[in-house]
Design a protein around this ligand. Structure first.
Ligand SMILES: Cc1ncc(COP(=O)(O)O)c(C=O)c1O
Length: 323
């Protein structure tokens, strides 16, 4: 196992380095985005045979605390490169919280104003982090979920002329490209090309689509299995129940080898176990991913299953399931 060497500074062209908005990419915190460790799950996977391994990509260790640092960085850099995003515009998007935190961190460094639209039900921790980075917050009806926040942004942008750059993570190809260009090559290198199954929850679907598309191009035998909540009303922040939600424009169901479903209870239980048995404090969608990865691994005679630890657990400490 080795860690992929492709730091962002290595892949930036000279032209990008010379853009004054982009020079901050080469030093922390932005240079720390990506190249996350791949953690072998030990105690929660100890019942599996030696021939079946389960690994978790530690995306919670990104500087903004989630996998969405990758998405936000790619969206912002691509938009700056195309001339669509400047300091004179406000970046606006709807998010369940994590992408907003990543936009806010990145744009604070670049001097670009940010407005985040999210359901009022988002955790206090997330709202406080966003405000701490200086982002403007607009809160929408919690009963309408992330789809309601999306509709609100569209209305606002429609009537606002040139004021905004609408990042539109649900329909922006830069979202899945972040994972196609970096996350997937890291996984291939860190597993020495041995990965057989990839398991990831669906939110904007960027992680699943970008990683799966690259993995299948590398080896068409790799199975890619998306995770979603088993009911429309659920407690897995960041994940979508695809039957009842707006399907993101970037989603590509042809990459899906088999749908995996998770209950709140399974996700909460695994989130607690990851803290108490693996020393890894992560969010509920990470618990859902690991729960599904383990259920899949239990059916295999041999294999190398990789899943994603989407975000840090300290954003959920006020949730009752910790009690
Ligand atoms: C906590 C959490 N988990 C999982 C996801 C899903 O990731 P993706 O949007 O790449 O599908 C998100 C997305 O917002 C998230 O915030």
């Amino acid at each position: 196992m080795s860690v992929a060497p492709n730091r962002l500074s290595d892949v930036l062209s000279l032209v990008e380095k010379e853009n004054p908005l982009l020079d901050c990419l080469t030093y922390p915190p932005l240079s720390q985005i990506g190249n996350t460790p791949l953690i072998p799950l030990r105690r929660v996977a100890e019942h599996l045979p030696d021939t079946v391994k389960v690994y978790a990509k530690a995306e919670h260790l990104n500087p903004g605390g989630s996998v969405k640092d990758r998405t936000a960085l790619h969206i912002v850099v691509d938009a700056i490169r195309r001339g669509e995003l400047t300091r004179e515009k406000t970046l606006i998007d709807s998010t369940s919280g994590n992408t907003g935190i990543s936009y806010a961190m990145i744009c604070a460094l670049m001097g670009i104003p940010v407005e985040i639209v999210m359901p009022a039900s988002a955790s206090q921790e997330r709202k406080r982090i966003l405000r701490s980075y200086g982002a403007k917050l607009t809160l929408t009806d919690p009963s309408q979920g992330s789809d309601g926040a999306q509709r609100h942004v569209r209305e606002k942008v429609k009537n606002a002329g040139d004021t905004y750059f609408y990042a539109d993570q649900y329909n922006n190809d830069s979202n899945w490209m972040a994972h196609f260009e970096r996350t997937a090559p890291e996984i291939i290198e860190q597993t020495d090309g041995q990965i057989t199954h990839f398991v990831a929850g669906l939110g904007t679907t960027g992680t699943f689509v970008g990683v799966s598309r690259r993995l299948k191009a590398f080896n068409s035998n790799i199975h890619c299995l998306p995770v979603q909540p088993n009911q429309a009303k659920h407690g897995m922040k960041g994940l979508r129940h695809m039957e009842t939600a707006i399907i993101p424009g970037i989603y590509d169901n042809s990459l899906n080898d088999q749908d995996l479903y998770c209950s709140d209870e399974e996700a909460f239980t695994m989130t607690r176990r990851l803290a108490r048995e693996e020393g890894t404090l992560v969010g509920i969608s990470a618990g859902a991913n690991v729960a599904c990865a383990l259920k899949l691994a239990e059916q295999l005679d041999e294999g190398c299953v990789v899943t994603i630890l989407c975000d840090k657990g300290n954003r959920y400490l006020s949730q009752p399931f910790w009690a």
